[in-house]
Design a protein around this ligand. Structure first.
Ligand code: DC
Length: 224
């Protein structure tokens, strides 16, 4: 028996944090699908491949191995056997990931992998196209949103805590650019599935969002 929860939304809407907390409380496993596109981007940049070099990307995608493991409640990401958990979060990857994730050759390989990872499990999968493309029959679909300004405010604060010096204006510009790119690409763009429940996290705390989602899941499970 499996129960699939899809959480989609723009970068910075809080999907990652919320997914982890909900999964911990319910004993579900989590799959961060963005991490997979980030691995593709690391590999392409390591090999000096540009998003326009179709043949090289195809060759790279035929050889690539991406694995995710949960170690002590934390997700570790392995690219061709190497732990890249930290590397995939670097600013250079943030900047380039949208362009690689928009490519059909990349998505055609990654989407089936995600379906396989979520099979026969109680899983919360978060990304951009989980409720629309990867698992259109998910048991629960959530679309988690927030304004660009709120997202930038949160990111700016996180950066400051990590000692990363970027102005609020720059953070806001980067967020707007990435979320606009992800929403307007041709294949599997970020959008709310028709049957997804919309949650605007702009004025909610993380705990309030977590409680709301748990309530939605429990209600659905009681009828399942
Ligand atoms: O969630 P994230 O910021 O780690 O995602 C990185 C990028 O990957 C994001 O800008 C768009 C892409 N992505 C995607 O196209 N489809 C997904 N299901 C998840 C992420």
């Amino acid at each position: 028996m499996s129960f699939i929860v899809a959480i989609d939304g723009p970068a910075g809407s809080g999907k990652g944090t919320v997914t982890k907390l909900v999964a911990e409380k319910l004993g579900f496993i989590t799959i961060d699908t963005g991490a997979m596109y980030r691995c593709v981007t690391v590999e392409a940049l390591n090999k000096n491949i540009r998003p326009t070099e179709n043949e090289k990307i195809e060759e790279m995608m035929n050889k690539i191995s991406i694995e995710m493991e949960n170690q002590d409640g934390k997700q570790k990401v392995f690219l061709n056997g190497k732990d890249v958990t930290k590397e995939i979060r670097m600013p250079n990857i943030d900047k380039n990931v949208s362009a690689f994730s928009a490519l059909p050759i990349v998505r055609n390989k990654i989407t089936p992998l995600q379906r396989k990872m979520g099979q026969n499990k109680n899983v919360i999968m978060e990304g951009r196209d989980i409720g629309t493309v990867v698992f259109p029959n998910a048991n629960v679909k959530i679309y988690l949103d927030a304004t660009d300004e709120e997202i930038a405010k949160r990111r700016y604060k996180q950066n400051k805590e990590k000692g990363i010096e970027v102005t609020y204006k720059q953070v806001l510009e980067d967020i707007k650019k990435r979320n606009s790119y992800d929403s307007h690409r041709e294949i599997a763009p970020l959008k709310q599935a028709e049957d997804a429940i919309y949650i605007d996290s702009t004025n909610l705390t993380i705990n309030e969002v977590v409680e709301k989602i748990i309530e939605i899941i429990n209600k659905k499970r009681s009828k399942y």
